[in-house]
Design a protein around this ligand. Structure first.
Ligand code: HPA
Length: 249
């Protein structure tokens, strides 16, 4: 297999689509441990696609416990060269209200204690990757074109702040992260993006805003509301992904 595209599903996206014709399911052991769930490989809209839900199929794995290295390594090993990730986030500022879709072009990593590199002195020869632009601009442009062709509203840039979780932030943490220049906060964007770059994969992320970040609305963050928005809006994420898959290479 060569030149494959993968979709890495986040909260709310545990299967790709009803008409995704899966022909193999793989859950290999990697030098970094076992993959989160079976990688589904198959045909969707006349394209070869791989789908992997990063939290496992029933959201069994919390963000700080995901084996990001095993997931990215396994995708790479089966021939994936391009990853479109989906992440639920909290929004900061008027451009990023709940229910919006955004395509980050920058990130700040606030995580700690995650295995965040393949270069651990054991398996690979050390390389200091360039990470000036953490997301593939070419892939981002492809996503922007697909969204505009289908009239899907998409905020075309933004800085993603990745916190460790699993708790949400304090109001003061959100003020600090906003002052750092972040427009959205999630828990799963890193180290995934950096690991993809370490292996030379093209990587972009679609962020679905599911709440206002802590302290930015009159009320506290409600998990019920987050769940509700995820359920309602995941169909728009699927619509965008299908538009991306349909776009000519
Ligand atoms: N903060 C961090 N991660 C999140 C949030 C949030 O407000 N919403 C969804 N994922």
């Amino acid at each position: 297999m060569g030149g494959l595209r993968a979709i890495v599903g986040g909260s709310g996206l545990y299967n790709l689509a009803d008409d995704f014709q899966v022909d193999s399911r793989l859950r290999p052991e990697t030098p970094y441990g076992i993959v989160a769930a079976e990688m589904e490989v198959g045909e969707w809209r006349n394209q070869r696609i791989v789908f992997l839900p990063r939290h496992g199929r029933q959201h069994a794995i919390p963000p700080h416990k995901i084996n990001y290295r095993a997931n990215i390594w396994a995708l790479h090993r089966i021939g994936v060269t391009q990853i479109i990730a989906v992440n639920a986030v909290g929004g900061i500022g008027p451009e990023y209200p709940p229910k919006s879709l955004a395509l980050p072009d920058q990130l700040i990593d606030y995580t700690c204690n995650r295995e965040h590199s393949f270069f651990d002195g054991e398996n690979l020869q050390l390389k200091h990757i360039d990470f000036t632009w953490p997301y593939s601009n070419q892939l981002r442009q492809h996503i922007i074109d697909a969204a505009s062709r289908q009239n899907i509203d998409l905020v075309k840039s933004g800085t993603y702040g990745c916190t460790n979780g699993p708790r949400l932030e304090t109001a003061a943490e959100v003020r600090k992260i906003a002052a750092d220049g972040c427009n959205m906060i999630g828990m799963t964007g890193m180290p995934e993006a950096a690991l993809a770059r370490e292996l030379g994969l093209e990587y972009a992320a679609i962020a679905l805003v599911v709440n206002w970040c802590a302290g930015l609305s009159e009320v506290e963050v409600s998990m019920d509301e987050i769940r509700c928005i995820l359920e309602q809006e995941v169909s728009r994420v699927r619509q965008l992904i299908s538009a991306i898959v349909d776009e000519a290479e």
